[in-house]
Design a protein around this ligand. Structure first.
Ligand SMILES: Nc1ncnc2c1ncn2[C@@H]1O[C@H](COP(=O)(O)OP(=O)(O)OP(=O)(O)O)[C@@H](O)[C@H]1O
Ligand SMILES: [Mg+2]
Length: 462
């Protein structure tokens, strides 16, 4: 039987373990050619302990040929130790003919093969080659197993990476999709709103514009009636009867009231149209550096009428805590629209709250809107609008930026104020708009926007 050995890497490493002093020179002599040719590299140990330390120095020893009877640690003990080590080394035991019992035991303990003494060197070479062939095969198997494992690990890692990429792509897709839906909703809403605003604008202007004349003419007609009365023109019985029938006194009193409430109504419609037009015209204005405080102050001026004391509402105090701000690059009229929305909401919240509060409570804690501005850091400003009104539940808090979400009675709120404001602050200025509120604890709206709008949206570094 012949065994061809194809060594892939260097010589076969063989360790001889024998207490026989002559063995070393004998081996060198017998295997001289192979050792010189670099086929074999041989090591020697005189007992099991030495063999184990040799194995530690040379962990890639392929084959151990060991005697059984040796001092310190015999071949059987060495075999047992080798079994505990995870190694591919194969052991061949060598012992005398008379020691067949031990040889059998060694074979049962995991020895790969055995040889008997006195050693027949031809046999020894065949056994070495056969064992090496086997070790070679084992190593080959081990290598390919490791290669397979490596490949598996690599492909697992690749799959994991792919899964992560897919997950990210999916998230991206979902975000884009919701943005698309949002943009689509917004642009069709914008078109719709612009259309409605345009359609309402003309007729409302007829009404609003003519109301002044109707007012004026009514005054004149009433004056004329007064004059008739003074000159006793009403003494005519037919006129007297008509005056009775139409309740002239009541008309005289009620007509100006009706006209003024019609004016208020028309004014409100005009405001709504204005809001709708602003809503659909978000892209028009120019971006330029402006003084935010001026914007807030002009908004407050427009709202002045709503802050004043009324028969059913106490006045609203405005506390300004303005910081030192640079000019902010922004769409000024859009930001003003945000201030308008936040301030009107605060006024509404305070008015609703005051209806629930006693005079005493209102006196102790007057309705107040606090406007604070400050630099968040070198590049960002913070504007806070805080009221001590009725606040809101967390349910309202999660929905208040949704378009058309309102808790106000029909006719009082469209539910667009905050969704427009959010769009202006976040989408148009790359900023942030948040609300902090609890029921009966007022509400604070915080705007954070970058001072400059370089290269689109900036990162908010803290
Ligand atoms: N300062 C505030 N305090 C308490 N609740 C508030 C405050 N601001 C907003 N809200 C709640 O958020 C809802 C949505 O506000 P938003 O401004 O979007 O719409 P609206 O004020 O109802 O109607 P409008 O379109 O006329 O502004 C309000 O109806 C109200 O319930
Ligand atoms: Mg509002």
């Amino acid at each position: 039987m012949s065994h061809t050995i194809e060594r892939h890497r260097g010589p076969a490493k063989i360790l001889f373990v024998d207490d026989e002093p002559d063995l070393e020179s004998l081996i060198y002599q017998k295997f001289r050619k192979k050792i010189r040719a670099g086929e074999y590299q041989v090591f020697f140990a005189h007992n099991g302990v030495e063999a184990l330390s040799k194995l530690q120095e040379q962990p890639d020893i392929d084959i151990i040929l060991t005697d059984i009877n040796m001092p310190v640690m015999d071949g059987m003990a060495l075999l047992a130790k080798l079994n505990d080590l995870v190694t591919l080394v194969k052991t061949v035991v060598i012992s005398g003919y008379g020691d067949l019992g031990n040889i059998r035991k060694a074979m049962n303990c995991g020895a790969f093969d055995f040889l008997t003494k006195p050693i027949n060197f031809q046999d020894l070479e065949i056994t070495i080659n056969k064992t090496l062939c086997h070790v070679q095969q084992l190593k080959e198997n081990e290598r390919s197993r490791q290669e397979r494992e490596d490949k598996l690990r690599q492909s697992e890692a690749r799959e994991r990476e792919k899964a992560i990429e897919l997950e990210l792509a999916l998230q991206n897709l979902q975000r884009t999709q919701s943005q698309l839906i949002q943009t689509d909703k917004m642009s069709s809403l914008g078109l719709l709103v612009a259309g409605i605003a345009h359609e309402i604008n003309n007729p409302v202007n007829f009404i609003y514009g003519n109301l002044t004349y109707v007012n004026e003419y009514t005054q004149k007609l009433l004056g004329l009636i007064n004059l008739y009365e003074q000159h006793e023109a009403h003494n005519h019985p037919e006129i007297e009867a008509l005056i009775e029938e139409i309740e002239l006194e009541f008309i005289r009193e009620d007509l100006p009231k009706i006209l003024s409430s019609m004016t208020v109504g028309a004014e409100r419609i005009r405001q709504i149209v204005l809001t709708l037009r602003n809503f659909s015209r978000l892209d028009e204005a120019e971006m330029q550096p402006v003084d935010i405080h001026e914007g807030i102050d002009s908004t407050l001026m427009i709202l002045q009428n709503r802050l004043k004391s009324k028969p059913d509402c106490p006045p609203i105090l405005i506390m300004k805590e303005y910081g030192d701000l640079p000019k902010i690059e922004c769409y000024a009229c859009q930001l003003n629209q945000v201030f308008m929305n936040l301030l009107s909401n605060a006024i509404d919240a305070l008015n609703y709250y005051d209806k629930k509060r006693s005079r005493e409570q209102i006196k102790n804690e007057p309705s107040t809107i606090t406007i604070r501005t400050s630099m968040l850091n070198h590049d960002w400003v913070r504007i806070s609008v805080k009221d001590n009104g009725l606040g809101m539940t967390s349910d309202v808090g999660t929905r208040l930026f949704n378009p058309f979400f309102t808790t106000k009675p029909v006719g009082e709120g469209t539910g667009l104020g905050l969704s427009i404001s959010y769009q202006i602050v976040v989408d148009k200025h790359g900023g942030d708009l948040r609300c902090f509120s609890q029921p009966d604890m007022g509400a604070e709206f915080v705007i954070e926007i970058p001072v400059r709008q370089r290269e689109g949206v900036q990162m908010k570094a803290s």
